[in-house]
Design a protein. Structure first.
Lengths: 153, 153, 153, 153
């Protein structure tokens, strides 16, 4: 395995501020030697994958659609599930811990699915207050929490 | 089709009070001629299915596991997905509208998946406050909201 | 549970002769008190479901698409998986035994998935010769083999 | 994207001769710059992934179970679908073309699912004769057919 698999979840469309934060998260994940797992589309997913690629990391995109060409251009390995939102369950099953950035209902579903199966979830700028989700204020802090968790497993 | 498909979502273990409420919801769904769709297991799912069966209704259970025999005894038609929590996406895709009763992370994931794809979600005794979910105070009220929605579609 | 769940698998478009045979299979399944499970679309699926409904049976359609309205009009309970051909795995997991009628690659995938998980598969007018599939010459014979199998389980 | 995604499908247990052939296929896929996609388990999957890794390639394993640790040690990027045999549909959706090596019912299901959605399938030592599958006699020939196909797309 190339390294720990860290999930980054967030909406397919996002503000510039959220994109910058997402890119920082991707950068930090790659710098620490982990693989970034995401939903492979735009917004937070593309910005985080871009950050990871710019830092020399590897990116895995688990797509809802039927085509690997749906992936954003920062995805090294696309997986075409053709399962719509059910692919969210595959993302959380595959990632060893997850960082949620802002996000809407899709992200909320991933947070809930992750918590349901006992995965660590750290949130940056959360839209929803969910018991069991850890809060972080910066990209570095979010990734640090995730790595602390992986090391204690 | 036998009737509108109404989803009832909630945890696999629940208090007596929540079970009574779930049974009332199932009863009301069946009385109004709809089919009850649920996750097929215990707790809220079993209580709602029981209510529907006692009122002469039909119940469809979409199970996470590999065996149709995992279904509670009030399920007429079990579907064995063998897909774990990814089956939550199938429940919300299949139900035309959903009623959430109490519930934990699994239920939260279903509420979020449902809202993501534009389905109506009505909540009784919600554990989480999610924008876009409609609140109801009684079983009758929850089912009435759902039927009003179906009729206006 | 309403009765044993018997899967009928076959192509979404079929000849008149295959449609007649499918309808006989559906009729025989319903007469013997079983529920017909199929992919919910046209061709063999619609003809078998029609046969089951005309004999007073119940039909469950596990659809590849996102909408329960994709189901043919003989389906009582549609399940919208939104998972494309991955829904084939759900059909074979749910059915206790399966009857394949003619069929193309989709049907072949279902036969193989069923055999992989140890389900009995009986074939009428098979397009492919697969070791482990039992052959039958008439609808009555196919359904009889399936029921003999269920009783010996 | 790191390169074309070539699927290798085959049984989780295989003879030494089939393992050698699988390793040659993995080697050739990696030498030609493609990513190997497989089911991530043992037998043909492990041998092919080993061949790809020894030639400096990248391997993606799409697993049936709930844990990325189910992957064989030659998998760089594991995906834990927790969907049993339904993951076969994800493998064929993700791979741009597939090479089947020997194989049993699981492999047959993948061949059929691939043909159903129009993917090229090349078979080495096939157990089943399926119309539409191309035959090859050596690892090099199988990979050459797949690359010829990708270039003509």
């Amino acid at each position: 395995m190339q390294g720990p698999l860290i999930g980054v979840i967030g909406a397919g469309v996002c503000s510039e501020a959220v994109a910058i934060l997402s890119r920082e998260v991707g950068d930090e994940i790659a710098r620490r030697g982990a693989v970034l797992v995401c939903g492979g589309l735009g917004g937070v997913m593309a910005a985080a994958a871009r950050g990871a690629k710019e830092a020399g990391g590897t990116t895995l995109g688990i797509l809802p659609g039927a085509s690997i060409y749906d992936a954003n251009r920062f995805i090294d390995l696309p997986v075409a599930t053709n399962m719509g939102q059910a692919r969210n369950a595959i993302i959380v099953q595959t990632a060893q811990a997850l960082i949620a950035i802002a996000g809407g209902y899709g992200t909320l579903s991933e947070m809930a699915l992750a918590l349901k199966i006992g995965k660590t979830v750290v949130a940056l700028r959360p839209q929803f207050e969910i018991v069991g989700v850890q809060r972080a204020d910066t990209a570095k802090e979010a990734v640090a929490i995730v790595f602390d968790h992986l090391e204690s497993c």
